[in-house]
Design a protein around this ligand. Structure first.
Ligand code: NAD
Ligand code: MG
Length: 386
């Protein structure tokens, strides 16, 4: 029986993971499930899957969580530290699906205990890619990407030599505003931004898809995970979201990964790796699809992509700053403090301001370095006027 833990169990990725586990319950022992404010969901999952421990990120919700699991012989805990401790509990496979920088510490703990880390939390790679992968190598942990594009690249690279890769093309749906005239974007509301044409995901990543900050994060994620030169990484708009990534090799051949926009494919691939197992997700009928469309991703329309290039070139702690500025800009957009287009302006202004701070150009030695940059950048991004 495999011991597994799911961080961010109540979210979109977490629920899709539990959906796969539910189909084969006898094969798994659940060690830890963690969530945030949705205690009702966390309690439902705890009652169904009987983990050793359930944790909410928010201490004020601990009484409700305790009451929900009382009489079940399930430990209940709360707070960031308790989440990290849960990631220390021995497990064979750990899903990192908390949203935001809060997912980094549990990802690090997971690899330090040598578990296989299924990594949906892209912030872990963007803020701390080299550190996470070095720790994984040191402790013999396998890291498997769960972001659909990166799972696609990983699959296209199976049996290949990364040295023969000429280009990696990460596709983008274009998000909620793909077909909007540029002039209308300034007035786009959070409610309009949180509908996705193809994927059903958490609110934050859905808005990031509309602004292309999600794709910007994914370009950095590609560089960090595959350790590939940024000049070889491209993005292209593909409205159907059926081709998730394309890898081009030095002999002119290309491998494209095609599949339905359903995260259970990438999650299931990581769960069953190195084997493939039957998965009951939608199969594609190419005659019904008819065509795949592609458009250039215009960096003038999507400044997030331009900023990602800058961050990839600079490396070091710039990813941590970029992510923190983006998270705060998104928070400010969600509460209507700033407009849709202002998000990129806030991030750019923060990066310009930080240009004067030399210590971002140093190697991140540990989590503390990254969290310090994260905090300092957040303060700046909160107060900046655009
Ligand atoms: P979500 O908002 O649906 O779920 C987030 C989870 O994190 C929830 O369980 C929530 O309770 C928990 N959480 C929120 N704040 C927390 C905090 N401060 N501390 C601890 N836990 C906290 O998000 P999601 O869409 O499932 O995305 C999760 C991660 O996976 C993100 O990094 C996202 O970019 C990445 N990802 C998601 C998808 C997708 O299809 N949803 C695809 C690729 C990558
Ligand atoms: Mg993705």
């Amino acid at each position: 029986m495999r011991r597994i833990s799911i961080f961010g169990a109540t979210g979109s990725i977490g629920q899709n993971t539990l959906d796969l586990v539910r189909r084969d319950k006898k094969s798994y022992k659940i060690v830890a499930l963690t969530g945030g404010r949705n205690i009702a969901q966390l309690v439902r999952d705890a009652r169904e899957f009987h983990p050793d421990v359930v944790v909410t990120a928010f201490p004020e919700l601990l009484p409700a969580l305790k009451e929900g699991v009382s009489g079940l012989k399930i430990e209940a805990a709360a707070g960031g530290l308790a989440i990290c401790e849960a990631a220390d509990r021995p497990a064979d496979w750990i899903m990192s699906a908390i949203v935001g920088i809060a997912g980094l510490a549990p990802s690090l703990n997971a690899v330090r205990q040598g578990a296989t880390l299924a990594l949906a939390n892209k912030e872990s790679l963007v803020t701390a890619g080299p550190l996470l992968l070095a720790q994984a190598a040191e402790h013999g942990a396998v890291v498997l990407p769960v972001d659909s594009e990166h799972s696609a690249v990983f699959q296209a690279l199976l049996g290949e030599d990364i040295a023969s890769v000429e280009r990696i093309i990460i596709t983008a749906s274009g998000g909620a505003f793909r077909d909007w005239p540029q002039a209308d974007l300034a007035h786009a509301t959070p409610a309009q931004a949180q509908t996705h044409p193809n994927w059903l995901m958490g609110r934050r990543i859905t808005i990031d898809s509309a602004s292309m900050f999600n794709k910007a994060m994914e370009l950095i994620e590609t560089k960090e995970f595959f350790c590939i030169d940024e000049a070889k990484i491209e993005t292209i708009i593909h409205p159907e979201s059926l081709i998730h990534a394309i890898v081009g090799f030095n002999d002119g051949g290309m491998m494209a990964h095609v599949g339905a926009p359903d995260m259970r494919h990438a999650i299931g691939f990581a769960l069953n790796h190195p084997k493939r197992q039957h998965l009951d997700v939608a199969r594609l009928d190419f005659t019904t699809i008819g065509q795949f469309r592609f458009f250039a991703a215009d960096e003038a329309r999507y400044p997030a992509l331009r900023l990602a290039r800058e961050v990839m070139c600079k490396g070091h702690l710039w990813g941590a700053a970029f992510n923190a500025a983006k998270e705060v800009a998104l928070d400010r957009f969600i509460v209507s403090d700033i407009g849709f287009l202002d998000m990129a302006q806030v991030v750019e202004a923060v990066l310009r301001e930080l240009d004067h701070v030399g210590d971002l150009n140093t190697v991140s030695r540990d989590l503390q370095d990254i969290l310090q940059v994260d905090q300092a950048t957040r303060e700046l991004a909160r107060t900046l006027d655009v």
